[in-house]
Design a protein around this ligand. Structure first.
Ligand SMILES: Nc1ncnc2c1ncn2[C@@H]1O[C@H](COP(=O)(O)OP(=O)(O)O)[C@@H](O)[C@H]1O
Ligand SMILES: [Mg+2]
Length: 252
């Protein structure tokens, strides 16, 4: 299984790119795919047109209830049952989807993060999925600290702004600080003016990241958002769809 995480400053296009890559993998019938919205500011479900997504945070509440009600069962048995149910509920055409959701209480995602860890462990162990796509928060730390799983590909989405490119540097620094196990870093320049692309490419190269190319500004993305449509409704010749096709050709 390949684990692909999408990172970058808020608003740079992580969710959009995650959804576009999913669309392309589904179209190419690349096998079993699990997509996880790991950003507490959940948006992926609506971009994919998933009405009531399966939430790990809801699963946690059920887990706690069942632990109290059925003390004879081990935690791992309960977890296993709930997780299997969650994946069945999260089945969509061509892929499965889970949302991490917010942890209960103020600002603590620990319990949900531990569940995410179990998701990783389980999905890696049972080899059911060929791809795990994760729409993440800005940085790699919350994934790295909580999982021992290796992320094969960390795709960092950036614009040409200094503040967004500084995020690239920070991601690299933090990743080494928390000993994140990331095989390859990729950089995608989103909505950059062509004359500003070279700065993105240079920064990527300096940091030892692989520059994948540019995702152009695509008016159809605003159109589908306005119409309440999904990324699967984008026309095949849409600029962003075409760009992602090229990324995947280069990546494989
Ligand atoms: N290449 C693009 N062309 C047009 N609109 C885009 C593009 N990339 C992102 N957007 C829009 O910008 C907004 C923020 O993108 P999003 O993917 O949600 O960012 P993030 O997940 O990094 O916070 C969304 O409304 C999205 O539709
Ligand atoms: Mg997002």
């Amino acid at each position: 299984m390949r684990i692909i995480g999408f990172f970058g400053k808020g608003g740079t296009g992580k969710t959009t790119l995650t959804a576009l890559v999913l669309r392309e993998l589904v179209k190419r019938r690349m096998g079993e795919i699990l997509v996880v919205d790991a950003d507490p500011n959940e948006c992926l479900a609506s971009v994919l047109g998933v009405d009531r997504p399966s939430r790990l945070s809801d699963m946690l509440l059920k887990y706690k209830r069942q632990r109290e009600q059925s003390p004879e069962l081990t935690g791992i048995d309960i977890f296993q049952n709930l997780f299997d149910t969650l994946l069945v509920e999260g089945e969509h055409e061509g892929y499965d989807m889970l949302v991490m959701g917010r942890g209960e209480g103020t600002g603590c995602y620990c319990a949900v993060n531990s569940l995410l860890l179990s998701v990783f462990a389980k999905t890696i162990d049972d080899e059911h999925y060929d791809y795990l796509l994760m729409d993440c928060e800005a940085g790699v730390e919350h994934i790295a600290r909580k999982t021992s799983a290796e992320i094969n590909d960390a795709v960092i989405v950036t614009d040409a702004s200094k503040v967004s490119l500084d995020t690239l540097e920070r991601i690299k620094a933090v990743a080494s600080e928390v000993s994140a196990r990331i095989e390859t870093y990729y950089v995608v320049a989103n909505r950059c003016r062509p004359d500003m692309l070279s700065r993105v490419e240079e920064t990527a190269e300096r940091l030892g990241f692989r520059y994948l190319g540019a995702l152009p500004d695509d008016p159809n993305l605003a159109e589908i958002a306005y119409e309440g449509k999904t990324v699967f409704d984008l026309p095949e010749d849409s600029p962003a769809v075409q760009a992602v096709e090229k990324f995947l050709d280069a990546y494989n």
